[in-house]
Design a protein around this ligand. Sequence first.
Ligand SMILES: Nc1ncnc2c1ncn2[C@@H]1O[C@H](COP(=O)(O)OP(=O)(O)O)[C@@H](O)[C@H]1O
Ligand SMILES: [Mg+2]
Length: 432
Amino acid sequence: MKVLILGGGGREHAMAWSAMKSKHCEELFVAPGNAGTDRIAKNVPIAPTEFLQIKEFVEKENIKMIIVGPEAPLVAGIKDFFIDAGLNDVHIIGPSKGAAMLEGSKDLAKRFMQENDIPTAAHATFTANSVDEGKDFLNTLSSPYVLKADGLAGGKGVLIIDDIDEAKNQLDEMLLHQKFGKAADQVVIEEFLNGTEVSIFVLTDGDHYKILPTAKDYKRIGDDDKGLNTGGMGAISPNLLADEKFIEKVEDKIIRPTLNGLKKKQYDYKGFLFLGLMIVEDEPFVIEYNVRLGDPETQAILPRVQNDLLVMLQKTAQGKLNEIDLTIKKEFAATIVLASNGYPGSYEKGRRITGLDKAGKESIVLHAGTRSSAEKILTSGGRVLTVTHLSSQLKDAIRKSYGSAEHINFSGKYNRTDIGKDMISYMRKKEI
Ligand SMILES: Nc1ncnc2c1ncn2[C@@H]1O[C@H](COP(=O)(O)OP(=O)(O)O)[C@@H](O)[C@H]1O
Ligand SMILES: [Mg+2]
């Protein structure tokens, strides 16, 4: 089977790395890809939201499966586009546009959860015409205040504010002064949930589902979760906070009601579903849905899945996911992100990267913001590379991942130094 992966980050390199191990992978393309995907597959210079160009390429190359990495093409309706174009025999891994709105609109996601009795924070949604009602609603809540731009905002559209006057001021900024642009035409105001966050990843064909390995990601730029929010600076898998009992609760109260809710609406969902959860007194609440895998969690999760990725995805597309037995390696995975100094603010690009081969012999090195130039590999983004190591002991996975990352050099290389440290403390405390 010929396969096309859409996207160009570490998540997509992880998917490509995994797909290349499949005995069903005849030829693999990544659009647009990066220097890492270029080494193992063929990069195609097409943006993931250029549906017409993608369609032409898919027809020309006789591609039978498209794995969609990022949310933008899903929310823009790539699945519906292919069906409307009559290309029903091309398997698209990802939901239809209607279902993708679970990520594309936080307001719709909240309404969906309410309709289906899925536990989530209390909320109300406001527009430019109802700013005053929004401020009245803020008066009914207690600090901190959670304000969310309704639409896609690249992970930057959520504000958590202690002071009520500042919260009201930011509500004005979002609704009246276009902070976050069109994404904040509507603002969801939520009750603050005080708890521990955990993400659960699900693969579903609409009827059946498999729970993928759990993971914990590290979103802040600095050690001890200090500093600005980023796309993610590291991950470990499994996340021991999500034990078997907790996952059963999530299946019962969240996953099954979510899939039933999608079916009631006759939404087609054949792909990955990410549940961002808050654990409050042992009970799961949904913070948000994502309709795709996370980055860098994918780099920690996929190496632990022993099944043939393409078989799993083909069964997903055929509605036969129940025929698969998911086998997950017992080992721990630790993923470290190597970033450009200055990220998530401004940073330099075009720096030469060395030591990749040496690191790659010891650990799984996946590219994110890289590009090839002649024989060299250069930095081209904020998050440049991830290094993942698997080991039976979490502390060894972490130590070896950092050890391999040491071999890699580029000017301005930055990484957090505490990935997984909190989980080691948790294990000690719980005597795991
Ligand atoms: N109701 C809430 N209570 C407490 N924290 C929240 C709440 N909603 C969001 N957060 C925090 O804000 C982060 C971002 O919110 P989220 O809804 O995941 O938006 P996005 O990922 O699109 O930026 C969450 O990971 C969580 O840490
Ligand atoms: Mg989130």
